[in-house]
Design a protein. Structure first.
Length: 66
């Protein structure tokens, strides 16, 4: 699957996953994504797939550039 790299770049949070392009996020967007990832991870740890109550999370990104 590859690797993931998350780091600060100037005033953004940079995320590089696998072979995809690096995405630069505002701190607010990074927090929104972190909350969604944590909710999904908790759901996986607490429930069977067929009992999941997790719904898709759509996040409108602010589109900050480095």
């Amino acid at each position: 699957m590859g690797s993931a790299s998350i780091y600060r770049f100037r005033d953004t949070v940079a995320a590089h996953i696998g072979t995809g392009a690096t995405v630069y996020l505002s701190p607010a967007d990074a927090r929104k994504i972190a909350r969604a990832l944590n909710a999904a991870a908790r759901d996986i740890g607490e429930r069977e797939f067929t009992e999941s109550t997790l719904t898709p999370v759509d996040i409108e990104l602010q589109g900050r550039k480095p």
